[in-house]
Ligand binder design. Structure first.
Ligand code: ACM
Length: 536
């Protein structure tokens, strides 16, 4: 059956089949409306079949809920008279519908029917449920803007892989991407930069062309609703107090005005970590409370991401105002000032019924009980957080940073970072063995992160993300054995079918042999590159 991610249990009976045809009726039980809509819209488009509502026992696609199953679990049975799909809840039913689509063959992933296709299903039984409840993808739309249509497409690609959290990195030094009505300059000024760096760090070049764009609040409402229909939660990130130069370029009073002439700052046009960080003033806090107030109205997600990573402290060391603030607050140093920022928003979000999540730097200084951590600098932050009773999303850069190169060969398009092969991702284990079962319960799940410094177009994003996201999805969903025991060869065999699905979806993945296979030199495959990469 070549299903990806691999289901918990699946059996096929030889010989018989059920064929979806023009008379196939959908029997949609109570609570199955969303899956019914999705099936009609998506499989209806691909097959050209009406999939009309109906009744009876024969030639039916029956949808129901079964409280005995996990909320995200499902049971799928293909019998000679039709398909019976039961979900533990609407989400489980939806994931089951994704499996049904895979069983129908690659052309079920197109948006219009190819003439002459048949929609035969082998007699099959699948029983399945996810290992983790957080199966995340972080998309950085700040470094390079992804127009709304591309985000909706990625939500569809996530759904096809049973992923259920989009961590939406909306702001950074190089751009602010979400409309905030009370601060129009955040997008008016902050969403465009004059030029963009490319090339290697040793010999940088600039593309002298403005780059930018943003989502209106209605765009965000549409994205959130489109995601919700697919049982995907969108977790927005507003990065603070570092990675904030675009906001400071728009509102110079947010910066450390006694150290730099922030009125002269522009949206950043290079990569790395900007030294221009937020000033630790009440005005800054009130400003960002205003940002988060609007954000809470747009994003129903329990978690709100406040960044907190990579905040250089040099300006605070030099700023008399920041130093006075440290004294006034009774803090030891600039590190505690960073913690003060995070704790403020931790309290602020908790008081509004939400939970803060931030990059693992936020652990340095203590957190409120409900706060969670995205462990990116390896496992250590996640282990410390879980031991302290905090929930954790495991996204270590050593395994699941999909901006990093996929191969050591000379023909990777923009070979930044270290080598993270398809197999490396497949052997990623989200739960470190040193955690006790109780601590391990704090691991919400894994997340793959897509930073877009060198991904200026959707095609470049596709190339970096696929096929590795398919391996990641299996790690996030399936009950795989320990990394060394995983059947990577079997996964690769199933990938042969999955590449045909990705083809039908129009995904510009990295070809299995690399982009220019005739240049491949045996021996360099998969060999790690030593030293810091040239472009990160
Ligand atoms: C990060 O990669 N700076 C979270």
């Amino acid at each position: 059956m070549d299903l990806i991610p691999r289901p918990g249990r699946a059996t096929t009976r030889e010989g018989g089949f059920f064929e979806l045809g023009p008379d196939t009726k959908v029997l949609a039980g109570e609570g199955t409306e969303a899956a019914d809509r999705w099936l009609r819209a998506t499989l209806g488009a691909a097959t050209g079949l009406p999939l009309a509502p109906g009744s009876g026992e024969d030639d039916v696609l029956r949808l129901s809920l079964d409280g005995e199953l996990d909320a995200e679990g499902y049971r799928l049975a293909v019998v000679p008279s039709g398909v019976h799909l039961a979900g533990g809840g609407p989400a489980g039913l939806f994931w089951g519908a994704q499996t049904l689509r895979q069983l129908l063959g690659p052309d079920a992933f197109r948006r219009a029917p190819i003439p002459g296709r048949q929609w035969r299903l082998p007699l099959t039984e699948v029983e399945d449920a996810p290992r983790f409840r957080w199966r995340g993808l972080m998309l950085d739309v700040a470094r390079h803007f992804m127009p709304k249509d591309g985000v909706l497409r990625y939500l569809d690609l996530m759904a096809a892989h049973k992923l259920n959290v989009l961590h939406f990195h909306l702001t950074d030094d190089q751009g602010w991407r979400v409309e905030i009505e009370r601060y129009p300059k955040l997008t008016g000024t902050g969403s465009w930069r004059a030029r963009t760096k490319f090339g290697h760090r040793a010999s940088p070049l600039w593309e002298e062309k403005p780059h930018g764009g943003h989502y209106t609040q209605d765009d965000i409402r549409e994205i959130v609703a489109y995601a919700a229909e697919r049982h995907i939660t969108v977790v927005p990130e507003i990065d603070l107090p570092g990675h904030s130069q675009a906001a400071i370029a728009a509102y110079p009073e947010l910066g450390n005005t006694d150290v730099v002439d922030t009125a002269g700052l522009t949206v950043w046009d290079t990569w790395g970590i900007s030294p221009n960080v937020l000033a630790p003033t009440d005005r800054t806090l009130r400003f960002y409370e205003g940002v988060f107030e609007e954000l809470l109205g747009l994003f129903p997600s329990e978690f709100i991401h406040v960044g907190g990573d990579e905040c250089p402290k040099e300006q605070w060391r030099q700023s008399p105002a920041a130093q006075a603030r440290i004294k006034e607050l009774g803090l030891a140093d600039e590190d505690e000032l960073q913690s003060w920022f995070i704790k403020h928003f931790d309290r602020w979000l908790t008081a509004r019924g939400r939970r803060l999540i931030g990059w693992d730097e936020i652990l340095e200084g203590g957190l409120a009980a409900g706060a969670a951590v995205s462990s990116w600098r390896g496992y250590a932050g996640g282990v410390a957080a879980a031991r302290a009773g905090h929930d954790v999303v495991m996204c270590p850069e050593q395994q699941v940073y999909l901006d990093h190169r996929q191969d050591a060969g000379p023909d990777e398009p923009v070979p930044i970072g270290y080598v993270r092969t398809l197999e490396d991702v497949y052997r990623f284990e989200p739960v470190p063995p040193e955690l006790t079962p109780e601590e391990a319960g704090h691991v919400l799940g894994p997340q793959a992160n897509v930073w877009t410094e060198v991904m200026e177009s959707p095609a470049r994003v596709d190339y970096q993300v696929f096929p590795r996201l398919a391996a990641f999805a299996e790690v996030a969903w399936s009950d795989l054995p320990a990394p060394a025991e995983r059947d990577f060869a079997g996964f690769e065999r199933r990938m042969a079918a999955h590449y045909r699905r990705l083809d039908a979806l129009g995904v510009a993945y990295r070809p299995p042999g690399g982009p220019l296979p005739w240049q491949r030199r045996p021996g360099v495959l998969g060999r790690p590159i030593d030293g810091r990469p040239p472009n990160k």
